[in-house]
Design a protein around this ligand. Sequence first.
Ligand code: ATP
Ligand code: MG
Length: 350
Amino acid sequence: MHQTLLLLPGDGIGPEVTAEARRVAEVVAPDLKMEEGLVGGASIDAHGDPLTEETLERARQANAVLLGAVGGPKWVGSARDKRPEAGLLALRKGLDVFANLRPAFCFPALVEASSLKHDVVAGLDLMIVRELTGGVYFGQPRGIDETSGIRRGYDTSVYTHPEIERVAHVAFEIARGRQGRVCSVEKSNVMESGLFWRQEVTLAHAEMGAGVDLSHMYADACAMELVRAPKQFDVILAGNLFGDILSDEAAMLTGSIGMLPSASLGAPGTPGLYEPVHGSAPDIAGQGVANPCAAILSLEMALRWSLGREKAADMLFAAVGKALDQGARTKDLGGSLSTSEMADAIIAAL
Ligand code: ATP
Ligand code: MG
């Protein structure tokens, strides 16, 4: 039975980088069946809706979904549910992907690009696992109350036992394939939901954390340690809010945004959603100069985490490193290769 990868190129540079990821997929996984669909502004233009029910159903039926990027100036100012970004949110919700994985890896050839001292980032390889569908971004009640006495705005930070358990499980699983260390991050010194997070992660570790060394850190300390000595971390596990902040911080340790992939995983056996960390980059769209590495490395994560093709993933990761070692660089990395020439260099290295 063939595995299916659904490509959702989206907007801006999304189609440019996704097309290169597709060419690479044809080389590393020739038997993989690839389909394409519309999401974001492209889907609004075609169907008046940033994600149609039909496309969502195709995503659910696929083994993995590779998304380019959504959004652009054309759709700014549209109603909230008619914005390209609403398509991405609907896709995440529809696939129930609750664990967001963002690696921060410093390719040896790109150590120079980091804003930190070389010895701080050389050899850096960490993974942030962020809970994506709960916490303070979704907790009820929330609102702005301007009617009574003093005006106030409020959100609720809440996590349930199942929400923490399932994302902790993902972090332990990932750590077992790496150095086996998970650092769980919260603010248990000042937040009840943080104390609960620490308790639940500790319980989950006792039940399913065999072979994993678990430690805990306050989020503010973690933010500091990430720039002071990021190599101390293997896997960082965090809730939605702290994971959001820390993953952006970690991203900047490694140089260009054009290099950074991400994965969002749901329950075992359900399709994962893979996408570059970068957006649609309207400022360079249509010029053929976007760095395709983030999309290609997102494919690498799909091969590893949803398609069970670890060997192909290892080969692809090594090929990206080799192409960089040989000097292949797009503009954002200080070079002059076009989007497709960069992919050519990676394919040649394969
Ligand atoms: P969005 O709201 O979609 O995230 P944004 O403008 O906030 O858009 P990006 O689209 O990621 O963020 O762009 C930020 C900057 O990084 C832009 O200057 C863009 O040109 C650059 N950039 C983003 N992706 C790439 C890439 N793959 N290759 C080269 N440069 C990129
Ligand atoms: Mg942005």
